[in-house]
Design a protein around this ligand. Structure first.
Ligand code: NDP
Length: 630
């Protein structure tokens, strides 16, 4: 861990002067002197061929919905079966759907604004959202805990390590629920089935799969992203006679152990795992350690850089001044949006990546005089260079040369989520672990006994599916219920081509309804940051409505259209970049044709810093501009 003297003279851990970072100008020098150490043309061609062999004509259609006999992949294994309760009928001030960080932050800010009557409806057996479901061994947040875990100062809590593991984040979620009395009136293990605006009573009528009928003055939808597990349409997937589950529904009854590992149930088992994304790479080290044999079925390797986790330094904690978390969040957000900060407070793989590959563009003297094309060329070389480093890391760790070659990622950084892990690559040096690379084809056939790749059947006792979560299929499909607004207009129809909103939170025809979604908003690398800003804004609108005695607030069509025009005019042309990427959920599985449901493209292009400023200014103007009120 590095220590640095700050301007105030304090020695703080985890800080590095911004000037310590390499600029991309050395790239320009190396380019000019021909000393790159790689051939850009060859790499460009390699990236294109690796991408092309992974494009599948069916795109998102390669995945299937999990209902009927596939519902074993989505049922909640963390609750006792057979839970029943009486149906509830009640009036409520604010009804929130979703008990993850969005719902928790929404409710916490509402409580602070003096709202007492809040009901949170959540499908799971408890709060926590992502961190409730994802308990797989090794589950960890790859964004620094000191900024990712919300409300640390309010709760007086300091994470144990720089990168928290799942149980600590889940416990923190439950602590937020307790602090703000959110269990009071919450309906857990309950799914919303329908929401309809009733003009007569000016209330939302909300029904659930437990027969509840709630009448809510306001509704807030915090149903999250990456919440619905997805399963490839692999021939024979239901024929497998061994044990099978999705990583987000980990079966500890079978594997034994916990998120911390010690999966003693696997010691005599042949285990297979499909997928090598951010989830898989966190659990594979545990599977490798505890299974008799492990087969990792890989379609595309992840690019994995250094993690460098460590315990929280008490001296650093003692040095913190009130307001430190907001400052840290802001500092990280600026750097990961290509901005300049004198100090990099977080100083990790994320900030290094953004500073090296995005932030320094056009900042050096030499680059200032360059054309956009020249700068793009420099950026591409910097990208090649970074990925060469990541590929060299594979060679340095993995002993078997063929395995090492197959673990190297050939695409540009940001084509897929950057990954950081210190034990994943080592796992492939274990004699009981086999990487089964499918040369971009993926698993296509499963039998009663196991998985077939290139004509070879790998017999398994247990198959773990780490194939991720649905994205881009639309708000109502992801949340699983319809929202019927004024005059019965359906949200699924109104948003068929993507959400239309003001500020990503208000939609015309849907009064007293707030969306805590990740569209038409300011997207942050640390998602709770965006959710916190939205929560603060919604609490302001609810508070103002109460103060001014307003029954109904609804965005005008004009202001919504204006925001749509702003989104379009500010849009980054990142489609070209993503179209050169290997397929994945970031680029609509490589099919192009980005639609409004793609959460990376339907964003406020000015970035989150500018977006949060827009929200703040809107509040400070005080007139609730654009909201029609009754
Ligand atoms: P991903 O969608 O990222 O990965 C799914 C994996 O399954 C990919 O390796 C994919 O290959 C593979 N796959 C899909 N179909 C097949 C097939 N037929 N045969 C073989 N392999 C297949 O899901 P994850 O659950 O790993 O991660 C989802 C998201 O969750 C991440 O992007 C991240 O945002 C978040 N996450 C965040 C973490 C954090 O620390 N904050 C930790 C874990 C997850 P291919 O690449 O070829 O499509």
């Amino acid at each position: 861990m590095s220590t640095t003297k700050t301007a105030s003279g304090c020695v703080l851990a985890d800080q590095r002067k911004f000037s310590d970072f390499p600029d991309t100008s050395p790239v320009a020098e190396k380019l000019a002197s021909g000393k790159l150490g790689f051939d850009p043309d060859q790499l460009r061609a390699k990236y294109a061929s690796e991408r092309d062999k992974r494009i599948r004509p069916e795109g998102q259609g390669q995945y299937q919905d999990m209902s009927g006999e596939l519902d074993i992949f989505i049922n909640d294994p963390f609750v006792k079966p057979g839970f029943e309760r009486e149906a509830v009928e009640r009036d409520v001030d604010v009804l929130i759907v979703g008990g993850g960080f969005g719902g928790l932050l929404g409710a916490a800010h509402l409580r602070e604004a003096g709202v007492k009557d809040i009901c949170i409806i959540e499908k799971a057996g408890d709060f926590g959202g992502t961190w409730y479901w994802n308990r797989y061994p090794g589950a960890q947040c790859d964004v620094e805990s000191y900024l990712y875990l919300p409300l640390l100062e309010k709760l007086g809590y300091m994470p144990k390590e720089k990168y928290s593991f799942g149980p600590e984040i889940l416990d923190h979620s439950l602590a937020i629920a307790k602090k703000y009395d959110l269990y009071d009136g919450a309906l857990l293990q309950t799914g919303v089935t329908d929401m309809s605006w009733d003009e007569g009573s000016q209330r939302w009528v909300v029904t659930t799969d437990r027969g509840d009928v709630l009448k809510a003055r306001f509704i807030s939808l915090a149903t999250g992203i990456l919440a619905k597990p997805k399963l490839p349409r692999i021939a024979g997937i239901t024929d497998f006679k061994g044990h099978v589950f999705h990583t987000s529904r980990w079966d500890f009854d079978y594997t034994k152990g916990s998120t911390a590992g010690d999966l003693t149930g696997l010691k005599d088992k042949r285990v297979g795992i499909i997928g090598t994304g951010p989830t898989a790479l966190q659990c594979i080290p545990h599977l490798g350690k505890d299974s008799k044999e492990l087969f990792v079925f890989q379609r595309t390797p992840s690019a994995i850089d250094v993690r460098g986790n460590h315990a929280t330094n008490p001296r650093w904690v003692d040095s913190l001044k009130p307001g430190w978390q907001a400052r840290r969040m802001k500092n990280f957000n600026i750097i990961t949006n290509g901005g300049y900060q004198e100090e990099d407070l977080v100083n990790d793989g994320w900030t290094d990546l953004f500073r090296g590959l995005v932030g320094s563009e056009g900042k050096s003297e030499a680059q200032k005089s360059m054309s956009a094309e020249e700068r793009e060329a420099i950026k591409e070389i910097a990208h090649f260079q970074k990925m060469e480093e990541v590929r060299d890391r594979v060679d340095a760790i993995v002993v078997d040369k063929d395995t090492a070659e197959n673990l190297k990622a050939y695409y540009r950084p940001f084509c897929k989520r950057p990954c950081f892990h210190d034990d994943y690559l080592k796992t492939f040096n274990r004699p009981n672990v086999t990487l089964v690379d499918t040369d971009g084809k993926g698993v296509e056939v499963i039998t009663e006994k196991g998985v077939v790749i290139a004509g070879v059947e790998y017999e398994l006792d247990c198959l773990i599916v780490a194939t991720g979560f649905e994205t881009g299929e639309g708000f109502t499909s992801a949340s699983g219920f319809e929202i019927n607004g004024r005059d019965g207009s359906k949200l699924s129809e109104k948003w068929a081509d993507g959400p239309s909103t003001m500020h990503g939170m208000f939609s015309h025809g849907f009064p007293n309804c707030f969306f805590m979604g990740l569209f038409q908003t300011g997207l942050t690398v640390s998602l709770p940051h965006t959710l916190n800003e939205q929560a603060e804004h919604i609490a302001y609108v609810v508070g103002q409505s109460k103060e001014r005695g307003l029954d109904v607030v609804e965005v005008s069509q004009q202001r919504q259209d204006d925001w749509g025009a702003t989104i379009r005019s500010k849009a980054h042309n990142n489609e070209e970049f993503f179209n050169t990427c290997t397929p994945g959920y970031y680029n609509n599985e490589g099919k192009g044709g980005f639609n409004g449901h793609n959460f990376l493209t339907n964003q406020y292009g000015g970035g989150p810093i500018e977006f949060f400023e827009i929200l703040k200014n809107w509040r400070e103007e005080g007139g609730m501009q654009g909201l029609e009120t009754t």
